[in-house]
Design a protein around this ligand. Structure first.
Ligand SMILES: NC(=O)c1ccc[n+]([C@@H]2O[C@H](COP(=O)([O-])OP(=O)(O)OC[C@H]3O[C@@H](n4cnc5c(N)ncnc54)[C@H](O)[C@@H]3O)[C@@H](O)[C@H]2O)c1
Length: 423
């Protein structure tokens, strides 16, 4: 689906009209491509709250503010003092990344001001405009958060804004990887990958060097096979709600799985009062029970290799709730619960992480089927005033799947342009 409003509002008459009418003015986002692997603008400006600032480049592509040492309200004034003079100069589609510390349960002053950074970052994300994003990363060890910072400071995170990401897991032993193909030698299984977001995930993981298995229902086998051929991977025609789905995957991937992406999902919208039991159960079965069952079967079969990555797909509808989606919202909130519970214990000793992406409004066949007015509202009601693309979810998945992302565990990261839905 093309976003005609985004194209129109970028023309001279469009700009004039939308400004006069007070309508949203989405900025075209700079996304990663081999030709544009970096953000536009000058060098990244690194600041530390409470320390003298270096003189800024003309128009920094990003500002990283280290606020990990902020422990009291005076320290928050240092955050203001650091960003106030530079915020305007950050390039279009640029980034502000605030580094915070985990909340200290033994120090309520530290906890208060570190939590304050969350409200600060989210508010700045809502006002900064011009396709710029603001995120907060809580970390204990900067080196362990390296892959997260690399992602946030690249065009790959174009549609990730207003997020609080904890990169506080145990720092891993240094893992060797090729920076251009970090997943080389690894096998990734992506469910529901014949089209939409799943297809983009498969392509992006293949770009990063993974051997990809494209799983989809038998009806979509043709598309799955074509994609797998193009990516040099293989296709697996399988309904993940089948009782033996986990066993069949484990048998098919006898050498083990490094990256397991639970992406398959469906909607069957109706308000609860009008929802027959079959619409309820089909959504819960694909989106949650299927995910739980296949995860259990693969873990029980020891199919996930050490250092493995599980990335499940939640949705902002599950985090914030959405009218007409009690079934879908329940299933996707369930995915978040699964991630939070499994992450600390799953196979933490083996370096396995479990995280979720929670897409907002992404331009796919699923959202193309939404009635026009609701679709238009979904597109605009976020800080970037536009829908995301499947590749935005795919890049976020690739960051979580990265061999150096071991410190990120149990996170539910929204890819929603900072949607107003439960932001
Ligand atoms: N598009 C959005 O805006 C959006 C927003 C939030 C979350 N999501 C989630 O992202 C995921 C992908 O969404 P999409 O928009 O690409 O959807 P889509 O409908 O375009 O693609 C979903 C794919 O999953 C496959 N699938 C469905 N049931 C399956 C099953 N039982 N076994 C195997 N494969 C199955 C379908 O055949 C299809 O290829 C879903 O989990 C969805 O809930 C999407």
């Amino acid at each position: 689906m093309s976003d005609r409003y985004l194209s129109f509002s970028g023309t001279a008459p469009g700009r004039f009209l939308t400004r006069r009418l007070g309508l949203p003015q989405p900025a075209p986002l700079r996304r990663w491509s081999p030709e544009h692997p970096a953000l536009a603008g000058g060098e990244v400006l690194h600041l530390t709250a409470g320390k003298p600032a270096p003189s800024p480049a003309d128009s920094p592509s990003a500002v990283v503010l280290d606020a990990t040492g902020v422990r009291d309200v005076d320290g928050l004034a240092d955050v203001h003092a650091a960003l106030h003079p530079v915020v305007r100069s950050v390039a279009a589609s640029g980034r502000i990344v605030v580094l915070g510390a985990p909340l200290d349960p033994a120090d309520h002053h530290q906890a208060a001001v570190q939590q304050a950074l969350e409200g600060f970052a989210r508010s700045l994300g809502k006002e900064i405009g011009r396709g710029r994003t603001v995120n907060l990363v809580r970390l204990t060890d900067r080196a362990a958060a390296e892959s997260t910072l690399r992602f946030l400071l690249s065009p790959k995170s174009a549609y990730v804004s207003g997020q609080v990401i904890e990169a506080t897991g145990a720092p891993e032993q240094a893992v060797a990887f090729d920076p251009d193909r970090p997943l080389a030698g690894r096998t990734a299984l992506v469910t529901g990958a014949a089209r939409g977001i799943g297809a983009a995930v498969a392509e992006t993981l293949a770009r990063d060097g993974a051997r990809v298995v494209v799983l989809d229902v038998p009806q979509a086998e043709e598309d799955a096979r074509k994609l797998a051929e193009r990516l040099g991977g293989s296709a697996l025609a399988l309904d993940i709600t089948a009782a033996d789905a986990g066993g069949r995957i484990a048998a098919e991937l006898a050498d083990g799985i490094d990256v397991l992406v639970h992406n398959a999902g469906i909607t069957r919208d109706r308000r609860l009062a009008n929802m027959p039991a079959d619409r309820w159960s089909s959504v819960l079965d694909v989106n949650l029970a299927g995910v739980l069952r296949t995860t259990d079967a693969l873990l029980a079969a020891g199919a996930l290799r050490p250092g493995g990555r599980i990335v499940a797909t939640a949705s902002i509808a599950g985090l914030a709730g959405n009218a007409g989606q009690t079934n879908y919202g329940a299933s996707k909130a369930g995915v978040a619960g699964l991630v939070r519970s499994l992450a600390p214990r799953a196979l933490a000793g083996h370096g396995v992480t479990v995280n979720a992406v929670a897409p907002g409004f992404i331009e796919t066949r699923m959202t193309a089927a939404v009635p026009l007015l609701i679709r238009e509202a979904g597109r605009r009601m976020n800080s970037l005033a536009q829908g995301g693309l499947p590749v935005d979810v795919a890049e976020t998945t690739a960051w979580l799947a990265h061999p150096a992302s071991g410190a990120v565990n149990g996170q539910v990261v929204r890819v929603c342009g900072q949607s107003l839905l439960g932001a």
